[in-house]
Design a protein around this ligand. Sequence first.
Ligand code: ZN
Length: 409
Amino acid sequence: MSSLRIRAALPRTAACVVLAILMVIGSAHAETKPTIAKDARLAGDHERTRFIADLSRKVDVHVFALASPYRVIVDAPDVSFQMPDGIGKEKRGLITAYRYGLFAPGKSRIVIDVAGPFLIDKAFVLEPRDDQPARLVVDLVPTDEKTFQAKLKETKPPEEATPAALPMPPAPVRAPNAKPVIVLDPGHGGIDPGTSSADGVTEKTVVLAFAKTLKAKLEATGRYDVYLTREDDTFLPLRERVEFAQKRGANLFLSIHADYFPQAPEKATGATVYTLSEEASDNEAKELATKENFSDALAGVALPSDSDEVVANILIDLAQRETQNRSTVFARSIVGELAGNLHTKKMRSAGFRVLKAPDVPSVLLELGFLSNPDDEKHLVSDDWRDRMSNSLAEAIDGYFAKRIARAPF
Ligand code: ZN
């Protein structure tokens, strides 16, 4: 797992949006205690915008730019973020927002959103001095699109030179009497909190708690092998969630999320079950897929280019019809079991990247709305989690009972 996750931080193919490694700075001295980031702020204006973070000591940082959308990524080993609440939403000069968190085990990341093409003019870490903490400083200046792109290309790392098609991971060979494999995928994590309620309850936390409860229930039946794509507050890119399921030969993949719809906090309530489709069932489903698909960009992962998508789509077409049928059967099974806990539009579809394994029946479940006060109470309640996961375990039992009666799952 750790090699999988760490790979996400590395540039993958030339077809990816170009990653530019601009500088590696700081001392090479490794220490065991994590560095603490206590505060951050912005300074300057549109001509020069400065990002400053206060650190408990000097660390090695790796600063680079990403395009589509414009971002600066600051990677550092083992930083514990103890920032004041609500930080990162202010806009100043070229910077529109920033966020921070765990990106992979032992690897912390700050992502700074930038309004337009820019250059990293300076990036350095100052030693602590007198009563001043150590400070990370990143200076951005505006540029034109051509210069921005040229700079990215110029500093392109060598391993990006030859794009390699990502091979489909082979499904493991399985014993004839093996148990069905279920992969539960708590959405978001680490640097990507997902959505959050007005009081700061985050999607990444509630979905992880739910997935753990459901895993325990399914395992207790003795009928399934169950895996979680993430076990803690770590970020995992969407593609690696899909690959995780494929590598384990999953017979079922359930991605677990919570939604937010502030336009109608009273009306938008209950769970919704989503399957994959090229054409979204409706505009809200389409918007939701865009929001969920944005997870990678938010965390500073270089997204595959269009050509990667074309290859992926061909593979998907070959295998997907049967998988899609099974996904729909599973989605209906969930709808049947959740009855009173559902949103009015209980089954919908859209282009969710995390559901794109051509060979694994996959469903995305939005447990409820963090924008609705009643749903929020449910989402943090042990009691509700217990009841809801019982219903889901029933839905999963129902799905496999049908499948096993017919043929191999
Ligand atoms: Zn989500």
